[in-house]
Design a protein around this ligand. Structure first.
Ligand SMILES: [Zn+2]
Length: 110
């Protein structure tokens, strides 16, 4: 069993590695955190509806129609951003919201 001290040291190393990975990932983002944040918020409002019976309704049509419309409104580079969203599992509007949202939510709030 590694000592408490050793465990703490290892955790710090893992944390540093993760921070560096995120720093690289953020440097490679084809859109700003701000734009991504707004995109995710827009999708959440547009794609999902909480019904009175508590169920969540999904309006996704299995395309990136809403995402593309958003990118166009802001004059963002669709050709760079769509493959990037795909990398994080966003192949349609609801997947961008859930998968890309899951990956990035924590990074966008700080
Ligand atoms: Zn979908």
């Amino acid at each position: 069993m590694p000592s408490k001290e050793e465990k703490r040291r290892r955790r710090a190393i893992v944390q540093t590695i993760q921070d560096e990975k995120w720093a690289v990932a953020e440097a490679q983002m084809p859109l700003s955190k701000n734009d991504l944040n707004d995109l995710l918020n827009m999708l959440e409002d547009t794609i999902f509806e909480k019904r009175s019976d508590g169920t969540i309704w999904c309006y996704c049509d299995e395309t990136l129609a809403q995402t593309r419309a958003f990118l166009r409104t802001r004059n963002l580079a669709e050709d760079d951003i769509i493959p990037w969203l795909n990398e994080y599992g966003g192949f349609c509007d609801c997947e961008v919201s859930s998968n890309v949202g899951d990956s990035w939510a924590d990074r966008l709030n700080n």
